[in-house]
Design a protein around this ligand. Structure first.
Ligand code: E4P
Length: 226
């Protein structure tokens, strides 16, 4: 299962990419409003420069609810970033399916995002989305069994005529990431806090503390051939 970083922070994106532990970066309007100082495309260009040498996907959401405007924005983002790894995020809905289909016809890679049901995700995939995103935490907030929906979509996509990957966002606990893995998600996108938490465990720290009592200097000088 792939792990994406859900962030617009240049330092944390650089650190994750350098460690090779992420498959790409997802962004959203809320993050950009906090970080981009009113110049989202300029900030996204800086992220692209971090990702470009690695060719990793960058997912960028349209910032309008008007379908025609979504198409214009997608083209504007595409031409401003000039990056083959760009994926345009379009929230799922009836009117938005037309946007997804049209962007696919234009050769723009789409992520059908903000899905709360299995059918929303499967319809977005049918329209031409290369990725679909379920919002795990927001689904759980409304008593939806998010893990089962992940499993349903993963299974539904197996029979789809075109390849579409299921990503899961709005994840708040490491436990939920493991649940997504078990239920067949192709990827999750997590905040930097969760990403680092996924790479660590208190029992690992405890185990290393035990080994540390036996640490000794390496005998490399004595072994060096004369
Ligand atoms: C997707 O872009 C984000 O991961 C999502 O909006 C975050 O959702 P949350 O606020 O429920 O964590």
């Amino acid at each position: 299962m792939k792990v994406f970083l859900d962030s617009v922070g240049l330092t944390e994106i650089g650190a994750a990419v350098h460690r090779r532990c992420v498959a790409g970066v997802t962004t959203n309007p809320t993050f950009l409003q906090e970080e981009a100082r009113g110049r989202p495309l300029a900030h996204l260009r800086r992220i692209v420069e971090v990702l470009r040498p690695h060719g990793l996907p960058l997912m960028v959401q349209v910032m309008t609810t008007e379908p025609c405007e979504m198409l214009h924005q997608a083209e504007e983002i595409r031409s401003a970033l000039d990056y083959p790894g760009l994926v345009v995020k379009v929230p799922c809905g009836w009117a938005e399916l037309e946007v997804i289909a049209e962007l696919d016809r234009q050769g723009i890679t789409v992520n059908g995002t903000a899905c709360m049901t299995a059918m929303q995700a499967l319809m977005a995939a049918a329209a031409g989305a290369r990725y679909v995103t379920l919002f795990y935490g927001k689904m759980s907030d409304t008593d939806i069994d998010a893990a089962t929906v992940v499993q349903d979509v993963a299974q539904g996509l197996r029979g789809a005529p075109r390849r579409c990957e299921l990503l899961v966002a709005s994840i708040r606990r490491t436990y939920d990431v493991h649940e997504c893995l078990r239920r067949g998600a192709h990827g999750v996108t997590v905040t930097n806090r969760l990403l680092t938490a996924l790479c660590e465990h208190p029992k690992t720290v405890e185990a290393v503390r035990g080994f540390a009592a036996s640490f000794m200097p390496l005998d490399s000088v004595a072994l060096r051939p004369r």
